[in-house]
Design a protein around this ligand. Structure first.
Ligand SMILES: [Zn+2]
Length: 75
């Protein structure tokens, strides 16, 4: 179903993800989580979007660095 145009905004810095014809022109991270019984948020669904700059800052705060796997570009 087509709803009114919904912008993708980084939840961390409020930057708008550039889109052309509804296709994101910038990479970003979309997270969706439905919390279950063992959490304090049972039955809650949360989602957010993070731009690449904030993602980089975020993962740098990790105690264990993210695993990076080189993928062959398919352009
Ligand atoms: Zn951001």
């Amino acid at each position: 179903m087509k709803t009114e145009e919904k912008k993708i905004i980084c939840n961390c810095c409020k930057k708008t993800i550039r889109e052309e014809n509804g296709i994101p022109r910038e990479e970003f991270l979309h997270v969706e989580k439905e919390w279950g019984y063992f959490s304090g948020k049972d039955g809650e669904r949360q989602e957010f979007d993070i731009c690449e700059a904030c993602y980089d800052k975020w993962v740098k705060s990790f105690q264990i660095p993210v695993q990076t796997i080189e993928v062959t570009e398919l352009v």
